[in-house]
Design a binder for this molecule. Structure first.
Ligand code: PEP
Ligand code: MN
Length: 364
C-alpha cells in the first residue's frame, strides 16, 4: 500500500501535524469557545466526538447529528478543518452531508471487521482523509486489515492513530503504548502517517507532554490531543483533557528532532551495529550447534528434551547477569526464552530424524 503524504491542503508538512478538540461535542457554546481558543493557539484541525461509544448504556453517548451543525459553524468562523469519529454507515452519511473534512475510526470500531467494512463500503468513491485508531487489543494484523479495507475502497489519504492498548494490568497509563506495534507498522508502511493520541494513552493530562515528546522522538507525523475550554467540567474523559492554553504550552515545549541522519559519525556507528549483529548471529548459530549435540546426547541416553530445572536456573542467572550489565532482566528473559524455544525445536528435529533413520546420527 502507498499512501498520500498530504492529508489536507494547506496543512504544512512540518511536524507535528496537530489535531485538537474536546473528547465530545457537548453544547454549541462549548464547541465554539473551544474552537476559538484552539484556533487562536494555532491549531488547524479541530476534533470532536459526535457519537460516543460507551462501555455501558446510560453514559453520555454524544449529541449526534445536531452537533455536526456546531462543527460546521466552528469551521466557518475559525477556518479550521473539522474531524469526527464515525462507526456506522449512518454516521458516514451524516458526516459527509454536513461537510466534515476528516473522519476517524475509533478503537472499538477498528477491532470489528464488519463495522470497518461497512464504513469502507459507504466511502467507496469518496475522497476524504480517514484516520484509523489502533484496535483496543494489541493486534497489528487487525489494524493493518482495517487499513486494507479502506485502501481497497479507494481511500488514499489514510493515516493511523496510536491510542494505546487496553490492559487489565495496573499501569500509569490508561492504555499501554506498546510502542513496538506502531514501530513495526511504520517499518512495513513507511509512507503511512502515524499520529499519537497521548490523551487516550495517558488517561491523565499530566502525561500528555511526555507521551507527545516520545512520539516526536519516534518520528511520528503528528498528535491528536483532547482539549476542552473547561476540562474539569467535560462530560467525558475529563481527566485527560487540557485547556487550549495548556496545549499551546505543551506544543511549544516539544523538541522536534528533524535532522535526517546521514552524518559521518552515524554511519560509523551503524557499521559497528552491523558488525555486532553479524557476531550475534554467528554466536547464536554456534549455540544452536551445541544444543543439537546436547540433543544427540539426550537421545542416546534416553533423556527428555526439556529439563525444566536447568532452564529455570539459566533464566534467573542470566537475567541477573544482564541487570548487572545495564540491561533489563525482563529483556534478557525474553531473549533467552526465544533462544531456548529455538534450541528445543532444533533438538526435536534431531530426535525426529533419529526416529526416521532408526539409528542415531552424529551432528557435526
Ligand atoms: C475518542 O477519541 O474520544 C475515543 C473515543 O477514542 P478511542 O476510540 O481511542 O477510545
Ligand atoms: Mn475521548
Amino acid at each position: 500500500m502507498e499512501f498520500e503524504s498530504i492529508l489536507l491542503p494547506g496543512i504544512d508538512a512540518k511536524r507535528p501535524l496537530v489535531i485538537a478538540g474536546p473528547c465530545s461535542a457537548e453544547t454549541e457554546e462549548q464547541v465554539m469557545t473551544t474552537a476559538r481558543e484552539l484556533a487562536a493557539a494555532g491549531v488547524k484541525i479541530f476534533r470532536a466526538g459526535v457519537w460516543k461509544p460507551r462501555t455501558k448504556p446510560g453514559g453520555f453517548e454524544g449529541v449526534g447529528s445536531p452537533a455536526l451543525k456546531w462543527l460546521m459553524q466552528a469551521e466557518k468562523e475559525t477556518g479550521m478543518y473539522m474531524a469526527t469519529e464515525v462507526a456506522t454507515e449512518k454516521h458516514v452519511y451524516e458526516a459527509l452531508k454536513y461537510g466534515i473534512d476528516i473522519l476517524w475510526i475509533g478503537a472499538r470500531t477498528a477491532a470489528n471487521p464488519f463495522a470497518v467494512q461497512e464504513i469502507a463500503d459507504t466511502l467507496k468513491g469518496v475522497d476524504i482523509p480517514v484516520l484509523i485508531k489502533n484496535p483496543v487489543n494489541p493486534d497489528l494484523e487487525l489494524w493493518i486489515g482495517a487499513l486494507e479495507r479502506l485502501y481497497n475502497a479507494g481511500i488514499r489519504r489514510l493515516g493511523v492513530i496510536h491510542r494505546g492498548f487496553s490492559t487489565t494490568d495496573k499501569t500509569v497509563y490508561r492504555n499501554i503504548p506498546q510502542w513496538h506495534i506502531p514501530i513495526e507498522l511504520k517499518r512495513r508502511f513507511p509512507t503511512l502517517p502515524i499520529l499519537c493520541d497521548p490523551s487516550h494513552i495517558g488517561g491523565d493530562r499530566n502525561l500528555i507532554f511526555k507521551i507527545s515528546q516520545q512520539a516526536m522522538d519516534l518520528n511520528y507525523a503528528g498528535l491528536i490531543v483532547e482539549s476542552h475550554c473547561s476540562p474539569d467540567e467535560a462530560w467525558s474523559d475529563k481527566a485527560q483533557q487540557v485547556t487550549p492554553a495548556a496545549l499551546k504550552e505543551i506544543l511549544h515545549n516539544l523538541v522536534i528532532r528533524d535532522t535526517v541522519q546521514t552524518t559521518e559519525d552515524l554511519s560509523v556507528l551503524r557499521d559497528q551495529i552491523d558488525d555486532l549483529d553479524n557476531e550475534l548471529l554467528q554466536l547464536l548459530a554456534k549455540r544452536m550447534r551445541v544444543s543439537r549435540e546436547i540433543g544427540q546426547y539426550k537421545l542416546e541416553h534416553n533423556m527428555p528434551i526439556l529439563q525444566t530445572q536447568r532452564y529455570d536456573q539459566i533464566l534467573s542467572d542470566r537475567a541477573s547477569q544482564g541487570e548487572r550489565m545495564e540491561m533489563s532482566g525482563d529483556f534478557i528473559r525474553k531473549v533467552l526464552e526465544a533462544i531456548h524455544s529455538e534450541s528445543v525445536r532444533q533438538q526435536m528435529v534431531v530426535m525426529e530424524r533419529e526416529k526416521k533413520n532408526g539409528s542415531p546420527t552424529a551432528e557435526k
